[in-house]
Design a protein around this ligand. Structure first.
Ligand code: SF4
Length: 371
């Protein structure tokens, strides 16, 4: 049948306060959102908006832009106004850009307490400006730029050090009555990162932005992020996620969405259930799975398509899915909603599956299933 959100979620979500990043609610039981960061020079407004449009199309809900120079700060107002999704300005080193970003109408500002030196003296003014504009602040602690004092105290970026840095910074804002905060404590080692977020989750009620920093190239970064986010989200920890990959940002979004779908935290869309193939396979399962995936790319409805190599598990899986094929003897039995509707030669399996998938999708859309 139609895979819906499981009746029982994977875990009770941790109770966190809610902040608004533009129209996107973060925390307080809001759906876990997916974000990414542009790789363009922010001062290049055209290129940045173009990349934001691509990210939006890939399903990104919040986008962050770096702001290392005055030219970048000057570009923020136009970018924030023209972007289809809320824009967070990412500020290291310069408190003056925090004010610029707030005034530019950014949906939030990320600050790194380890990198903004004269920050502590100016928290009062920042809290005031953020309060006046309704702009939340992300306190983004990063293992690579941990506050010198804490590095000395702990010797390295331990979970305790990351958490202490974040909560210390939050306490400076709290002194001025400002609590419109979300927090991240990123580390490149999922083991340290998971422990840091667990500790942080127990010590505050701020919404948490999950990230494994410098996670690496696509394959390694995907696995690290999936493992780390999976461990935390399956305990109800995490309100918004960013997968960091040394790859185009739209890839990060795809991975992020897939992680949420895998955990049942977001409605599944197209799902290909394909077997790994083995010595019993009577068709080329990899090719079939790839061709079916390519042919159905972009499908918006929650359709489960089984592509199975032989009759051992084939009929069972194909029957459980909305649509499937169990192959054998150069032929494929095509199942729709549990019934064999036809048997086709191997050369026609892919086109038949795609055809039937389109029909099912049309029906589902008419019935109002989907986004
Ligand atoms: Fe092997 Fe058949 Fe299972 Fe595929 S479905 S892994 S071919 S036994």
């Amino acid at each position: 049948g139609v895979p819906e959100l499981p009746a029982r979620p994977i875990a009770e979500r941790r109770v966190s306060r809610r902040i608004q990043v533009g129209p996107v609610a973060v925390g307080g039981g809001a759906p876990v959102s997916v974000q990414s960061m542009t790789t363009t020079r922010t001062s290049d407004i055209g290129a940045t908006l173009q990349q934001i449009a691509e990210l939006t199309a890939s399903g990104c809900q919040i986008v962050r832009v770096a702001c290392p120079t005055q030219d970048d700060a000057d570009a923020l107002a136009t970018i924030a106004r023209k972007s289809q999704i809320p824009v967070i300005a990412d500020i290291h080193f310069q408190p003056k850009y925090v004010f610029a970003a707030i005034e530019a109408g950014c949906a939030a500002v990320r600050v790194n307490p380890g990198n903004i030196k004269q920050f502590d003296d100016r928290v009062k003014e920042i809290a005031q400006a953020a309060q006046d504009h309704g702009t939340p602040i992300r306190i983004g602690v990063n293992a690579g730029s941990l506050d010198g004092r804490l590095l000395k105290k702990y010797g390295r970026a331990t979970p305790e050090a990351l958490v202490e840095s974040a909560l210390w910074e939050a306490s400076l804002f709290e002194e001025h009555g400002f609590r419109d905060i979300k927090i991240s404590v990123k580390h490149n080692d999922p083991v340290v990162m998971i422990e840091a977020y667990r500790q942080l989750a127990g010590q505050c009620d701020y919404p948490l932005h999950l990230g494994v920093t410098e996670a690496g190239p696509a394959f390694q970064g995907t696995v690290k992020s999936a493992v780390a986010f999976g461990a935390l989200l399956s305990q109800g920890i995490g309100d918004t996620i960013r997968v960091s990959l040394s790859a185009p940002p739209a890839e990060e979004v795809k991975v992020g969405i897939q992680i949420l779908q895998s955990l049942g935290l977001r409605q599944r869309r197209l799902e290909i259930v394909s077997c790994p193939s083995c010595g019993r396979a009577q068709v080329d399962v990899y090719r079939l799975a790839d061709e079916v995936t390519a042919g159905l790319e972009g499908m918006e409805v929650p359709l489960r398509v089984a592509v199975m190599g032989c009759v051992v598990n084939g009929p069972g899986e194909a029957r459980e899915a909305d649509l499937g094929v169990a192959s054998g003897n150069g032929k494929g039995q095509i199942f729709v909603k549990g019934e064999v509707i036809k048997t086709v030669p191997e050369s026609r399996i892919v086109e038949t599956l795609i055809e039937e998938a389109m029909k099912l999708a049309d029906r589902m859309e008419q019935d109002g299933v989907g986004p």
